[in-house]
Design a protein around this ligand. Structure first.
Ligand code: 5AD
Ligand code: SF4
Length: 471
């Protein structure tokens, strides 16, 4: 029997493409091998967002080269963003690669595997959506739904517009039908994926146009979907209708990931982000007004070319003002083909490193303080499985997207995929610790009441604020 081994790098978009790759391979009769040695087909789904992503992958590719030389009948395939960004060079530099393809072109991989081709093949055309492919979800109760491919932004540091092409949205009806199928298949939590989710729908033909807020409402209305998330919005397109949706739609979680990148308006301009510090802070104020208990998380880049000490401090100021629940922090990494890589004032590591450390200190301190607001409250937790550090305990996530570890004292109701109420006993910057309250037989399916203030009036009032009450 034919077997494959797939390693995934990068973002949720890639994780999702990998689920489709797995589904497609299994429909072609492949089964998943436990290790690369055991596989006839060695696959990588790659990322190129920062140099560190490239180097990590190249190490793994070295092992594939060795395995291929031991058994030349093995097939080595490389998909995703690194592959796309190396399309001219991949076969010259890595002649043992048999098939290379860009992000989302999973159907082309199938074409290659079912053809008689013995020569290496590259598939790099942007095609928009590649049709309905089977999907093998990592967890049966959680699913990603890709609402658009590509990105029309021109952020000067970012390789993604060149690896994923122009933005193409999927029609809302098609997305709703997909979510309905997922719900019927046991999915409780859906995460909508796009490079810039809130520019969704602008490219759809007349008569089919839909805004992102409208799409959220349609997905929220699907029976059985208890939790709705999305990633990532762009601050320039974040509108009040989407923020209001967080207060109004029962399934839409109290968490917004709003990438800042820099707190300096001068740097934001050089990054071509098309918003400035004030506009960003204005969006944050609107979130805090309409959804007071919302978690806000972000992405920040340190050491963009030409960033002065003063400009870096502007980022620290925004971090202090917004008080993020968590932040992904990155040292600027020059990427091939991007405008920022060509800027003259590249900063040395000796400047970037200490700035990064100062930023991380601030982010962690604030995240730890923010977490404390959950202590003493009873939070709705979607159980995901055993705790990573202590298999005797369980792990899950609250609607605000924080991980919770808690005791399994009511085993039956705490199966993965269930919603349970967990009183929170303590909190760190990244995780909450709780104990499971004794509430039997809580099932995601019949938990509608849990979304109402009945469980904990204090929580619910702040978690799902009635906009008229807060305004
Ligand atoms: N260098 C550092 N960080 C980057 N990101 C994107 N491109 C780069 C780069 N060249 C970060 C941004 C983005 C996140 C996914 O990765 O913060 O939001
Ligand atoms: Fe995702 Fe960007 Fe990496 Fe591509 S380059 S996999 S879009 S993070």
């Amino acid at each position: 029997m034919k077997s494959y081994h797939l390693t995934t790098f990068g973002c949720q978009m890639n994780e999702h493409d990998s689920e489709r790759m797995k589904g497609m391979l299994e429909s072609l009769g492949y089964h998943e091998a436990g290790s690369r040695e055991e596989a006839n087909l060695i696959l990588f789904n790659t990322c190129s967002i920062r140099e560190s992503a490239d180097s990590r992958f190249i190490g793994h590719l070295g092992e594939a080269k060795r395995l291929k030389s031991e058994d030349p009948s093995r097939v080595v395939g490389v998909g995703g963003c690194w592959s796309q960004s190396m399309k001219e060079r991949v076969f010259d530099q890595f002649p043992f690669v048999d098939v290379a393809f860009g992000p989302g072109q999973v159907n082309r991989l199938a074409e290659f595997l079912t053809s008689d081709s013995i020569t290496a093949q590259g598939y790099f055309e942007f095609e928009g959506f590649t049709g309905h492919l089977p999907m093998r979800r990592a967890r049966e109760f959680q699913a990603w739904v890709q609402i658009s491919v590509g990105c029309n932004c021109v952020c000067s540091y970012c390789i993604v517009p060149s690896t994923r092409g122009r933005e193409v949205s999927r029609p809302a009806d098609e997305l709703v039908a997909e979510v309905e199928r997922l719900a019927a298949d046991g999915v409780r939590e859906v995460t909508l994926l796009g490079q810039n989710v809130n520019s969704y729908g602008r490219d759809l033909p007349k008569g089919h146009k839909a805004t992102f807020a409208e799409l959220l409402a349609k997905v929220d209305a699907v029976e059985g979907i208890e939790r709705l998330r999305y990633t990532s919005p762009h601050p320039k397109d974040m509108r009040e209708d989407v923020i209001r949706a967080h207060a109004e739609l029962p399934s839409l979680c109290e968490h917004i990931h709003l990438p800042l990148q820099s707190g300096s308006s001068r740097v934001l301009k050089a990054m071509r982000r098309t918003y400035d510090r004030e506009r960003y802070l204005d969006r944050v104020r609107m979130i805090r007004d309409i959804v007071p208990d919302c978690s806000i998380t972000t992405d920040i880049i340190v050491g963009f070319p030409g960033e002065t000490e003063h400009e870096f401090e502007a980022t620290l100021e925004v971090v202090e003002e917004v008080r993020y629940d968590s932040a992904f922090t990155f040292v600027f990494s020059p990427r091939r083909g991007t405008a920022a890589a060509e800027l003259p004032e590249q900063l040395p590591h000796a400047v970037k490193r200490p700035r990064m450390e100062r930023l991380v200190d601030a982010v962690q301190r604030i995240a730890a303080e923010r977490s404390q607001r959950f202590v003493g409250r009873t939070m709705e937790v979607l159980v995901e499985g055993p705790s990573r550090t202590d298999p005797e305990r369980l792990r899950g996530r609250i609607r605000h997207n924080k991980t919770v570890n808690f005791a399994r004292d009511v085993a039956r109701s705490a199966e993965p995929g269930r919603l349970v109420d967990v009183p929170i006993a303590s909190a760190t910057s990244t995780t909450l610790a709780g104990k499971q309250r004794e509430r039997m037989e809580t099932d995601a399916k019949d938990s509608a009441s849990m979304r109402n203030p009945s469980t904990d009036a204090k929580d619910s009032a702040s978690m799902r604020a009635d906009p008229s009450a807060v305004a």
